[in-house]
Design a protein around this ligand. Structure first.
Ligand SMILES: [Zn+2]
Length: 318
């Protein structure tokens, strides 16, 4: 599984901290006068002592302050929206900048007890996050969690669907009753991994670096990361099953007549999840049958107000 989120780079001073997290243990420095300190340093900010020792602590503390970020701090984090950015005060007194997991924004309150959660990322780094002490959230998030999430989505997609209204393609009034300014519920989610982007680059021949070279994109792309081809995201509509409450019946053939409008208004960074929703935009009787224009919008999960793809798909029921 490609991982496109920025990860910390341990330094000589901070390496013991990251090694501790990797071992699922929170280690904090203490000076020889008994002062605890964080972030990792070469000397005690309270007394100036350079005699510091790394010591394991429980990881228990309280929520010192927090904010709910509803616009992603970086594009790579759109799948974690809203981000619960927090400062935790450990029982030892030091403050740690972190993110909260296992809680909805409205469940958070300053002063509530929290406990450490070790977030194993693919590769060599474990991140420290916190969950409310009483929450059922596991204390370790395994690195395979990303793949499990995809499996969970696939399971949800296989779930039986609710019964649908059947609309005859030959009943123009009934078909016109489907026209709406309201969008359907959201589809399942699909992870646009770097592998998916690479496969599409190979197939289409469009292997421009902004899609395929994460190292160069980190430095040169205005998005700080590789992004999916617009045309890739468009065809991924087939992976997104929109839970429509109606089904068009009573036709012998359905023809994809193309698109009245196709726009890519927002980028889809590699590693983001997408989902879609649709509405019936217009229904017309034409010579060969009933022509339906569906507006299909694909969004990066967490960006409800800004579609990545707008496609006015024209279909002909004959
Ligand atoms: Zn000290």
């Amino acid at each position: 599984m490609a991982w496109n989120k920025p990860l910390p780079l341990p330094t000589a001073i901070s390496a013991p901290y990251w090694d501790g997290l990797k071992a699922h243990e929170l280690r904090v420095q203490q000076c020889d006068k008994g002062h605890w300190l964080f972030f990792p340093r070469t000397h005690c900010p309270t007394c100036g002592s350079r005699h510091l020792e790394w010591k394991p602590v429980s990881g228990n503390g309280t929520l010192y302050t927090f904010t709910v970020a509803r616009i992603a701090t970086m594009p790579e984090f759109t799948d974690e929206m809203p981000q619960l950015l927090a400062v935790v005060e450990l029982d030892e007194g030091v403050h740690i900048n972190t993110t909260i997991v296992g809680a909805e924004p409205e469940q958070l309150s300053v002063g509530m007890p929290v406990r450490a959660v070790f977030d194993d990322r693919p590769g060599s780094v474990t991140l420290l996050r916190f969950a409310p002490t009483g929450s059922a959230h596991p204390s370790v998030i395994p690195a395979e969690g990303v793949a499990e999430a995809v499996v969970a989505v696939a399971d949800a997609a296989a779930a039986p669907e609710a019964p649908k209204r059947k609309i005859s393609a030959k009943d123009l009034d009934a078909m016109k009753s489907l026209v709406s300014t309201e969008y359907s519920p959201w589809s399942n989610e699909f992870l646009v991994s770097q592998e998916v982007i690479n496969d599409f680059a190979k197939l289409s021949g469009d292997d421009y670096w902004i899609h395929t070279d994460p190292e160069k994109a980190k430095v040169k792309s205005p998005f700080g990361t590789t992004i999916a081809h617009g045309s890739l995201v468009q065809v991924l509509a087939s992976q997104l099953r929109i839970p429509l409450d109606f089904e068009v019946v009573d036709f012998t053939n359905i023809v994809n007549y193309g698109s009245d409008r196709l726009r890519f208004p927002a980028p889809v960074p590699s590693g983001c999840k997408i989902r879609s929703r649709s509405r019936v935009k217009s229904v017309e009787q034409v010579k060969s049958g009933t022509q339906v224009t569906m507006e299909i919008n694909i969004h990066v999960v967490g960006q409800d107000d800004r579609p990545a793809v707008i496609n006015d798909l024209v279909m002909l029921y004959m």
